[in-house]
Design a protein around this ligand. Structure first.
Ligand SMILES: CC(C)=CCC/C(C)=C/CC/C(C)=C/C=C/C(C)=C/C=C/C=C(C)/C=C/C=C(C)/C=C/C=C(C)/C=C/CC(C)(C)O
Ligand SMILES: C[S@@+](CC[C@H](N)C(=O)[O-])C[C@H]1O[C@@H](n2cnc3c(N)ncnc32)[C@H](O)[C@@H]1O
Length: 411
């Protein structure tokens, strides 16, 4: 739809005619050609779109073939995921982690008929998860590069098993988008999402989500601590710290920091027990409470971390949380937000697609760009919000902001 500039309202009788009003005349002079340009450009776009829509165009150009393959993978992605889920459920990678195996061994170990096992293994090989060595009479199956990576990172298998619930919840994405979907499995798995600050219902399986997060935390913690130096901070508070996996990594890197974790009572109980069983039992102090409403641990902190927290909450709760964190900082203290962020390099699909719909199914929260997080930090009274680049935005991106060293009051 073409917009026409709205002339400032003025009674016709007062309006000067001719070149008495040169601006108006210049606008009138260019208007027809501007409209003409727009229709010419629109026609060009229409022609290009028609031209590209012909199958011949797509199949005869290299990038067209690549685009076709990308489009195919978008359609087939669910099938790929289900093949991976089947292999994890059948412990195929564990079987192969002990060395190459023959088809009969794998069939016996997985309980599949040989032809079904072969179908699965060939699909996995096509996805670089398995490697097939048919240089001898008896074909051997081993770990492919992705299968080896999966075995090297145990948390991934836990995540893959978790996705049976995720795929179930995403089976009707339109209903989710319209808000007409039935209660989701994820909203039950993350009970705090139903009522931020609300204590999870009695039947909430708090250990399940705590273990799930712990399973993928090392991957995140390594990226955070590899990207942002926390050694300057003497007192650190990790809000929503889960079972303490992140602070244990901090403790390993920085032996002299005093570390505090705050999480909901049921999770704090798990954290206290797990931390007590490690060499950091006396260095990491666990506090039970609701970070929206309960008092934070005594004293002020140099650094307050929010690792995979903010995206769980809508804007109003996020600003409230950031404000409470700011109020617990030493002058010059820093709040660090670490989570997958929208629009960050090639991690946009991770945040905007994966976490965008994961959180939609969970019923609360959303992925945000570093700028959006910076604006929430500013709204919470924090300053100098800035993104800290990470090598693997897939794991996490980071935004930090601080309070001024001195509260300068301009009267
Ligand atoms: C060829 C052979 C046999 C061997 C080659 C040798 C070898 C090991 C090669 C591999 C090289 C290597 C080191 C690869 C490393 C690969 C890595 C690190 C892969 C990491 C993959 C990580 C993945 C897939 C992470 C997935 C994370 C997910 C799905 C996270 C989900 C998080 C959720 C659901 C969080 C929810 C919390 C809430 C509610 C949103 O707040
Ligand atoms: C997605 S998990 C992240 C855990 C951990 N930071 C990590 O990255 O693995 C969110 C954490 O926030 C905690 N949480 C949610 N709402 C809370 C609240 N109102 N008060 C305290 N902790 C809360 C949950 O119990 C959970 O441990």
């Amino acid at each position: 739809m073409s917009t026409t500039e709205i002339e400032p309202a003025s009674p016709a009788s007062k309006r000067p005619s001719g070149w008495a009003d040169p601006i108006r005349e210049i606008r009138r002079f260019f208007r027809p050609s501007r409209e003409g340009w727009k229709s010419f450009r629109n026609r060009k776009l229409a022609d290009r779109a028609f031209h590209r829509s012909s199958a011949k165009f797509w199949l005869t150009r290299p990038f067209a073939r690549r685009s076709s393959r990308r489009l195919f993978d978008l359609v087939a992605g669910f099938v790929y995921s289900q093949v991976l889920a089947a292999a994890v459920e059948l412990n195929v990678f564990q079987h192969l982690s002990r060395g190459p195996r023959a088809l009969a061994d794998i069939a016996a170990a997985t309980g599949l008929k040989p032809e079904a096992a072969e179908r699965l293994l060939r699909a996995l090989a096509a996805l670089d998860l398995v490697e097939i060595d048919d240089s001898e009479d008896e074909i051997a199956y081993g770990l492919g590069p992705l299968g080896a990576a999966l075995v090297a990172n145990p948390g991934i298998e836990a995540m893959i098993r978790h996705h049976r619930d995720v795929y179930q919840d995403l089976s009707d994405p339109v209903a989710l988008l319209k808000g007409t979907a039935a209660p989701t499995r994820l909203s039950k798995l993350w009970p705090y999402a139903a009522a931020p600050g609300g204590t999870p219902p009695e039947d909430a399986d708090v250990a399940a989500y705590t273990d799930l997060m712990a399973a993928s935390q090392d991957f995140v913690a390594e990226e955070v601590l590899g990207s942002y130096d926390v050694s300057w901070a003497r007192r650190i508070l990790d809000l929503g710290g889960g079972d303490g996996r992140f602070l244990r990594k901090v403790a390993e890197h920085h032996p002299e920091a005093e570390l505090h974790l705050m999480d909901l009572p049921a999770v704090a109980e798990i954290a206290a027990k797990r931390i007590r069983d490690t060499r950091f039992g006396r260095r990491i102090h666990v506090h039970s409470g609701d970070f929206f409403n309960d008092p934070y641990p005594e004293g002020r902190f140099d650094l307050i971390t929010l690792v995979r927290i903010l995206h769980d909450h809508d804007d109003a709760e996020a600003v409230k949380l950031l404000t409470r964190a700011r109020e617990s900082l030493e002058p010059g203290g820093v709040v660090m937000v670490a989570e997958p962020m929208a629009g960050v390099g090639d991690s946009a699909p991770v945040a905007d697609v994966y976490f965008g719909f994961y959180l939609l199914a969970m019923g609360r929260g959303r992925p945000r760009t570093p700028d959006e997080i910076g604006r929430l930090m500013n709204a919470a009274g924090l300053t100098r919000a800035r993104e800290v680049p990470t090598a693997l935005p897939l794991a996490t991106s980071i935004v930090v902001a601080e309070i001024p060293r001195r509260n300068v009051i301009f009267t």
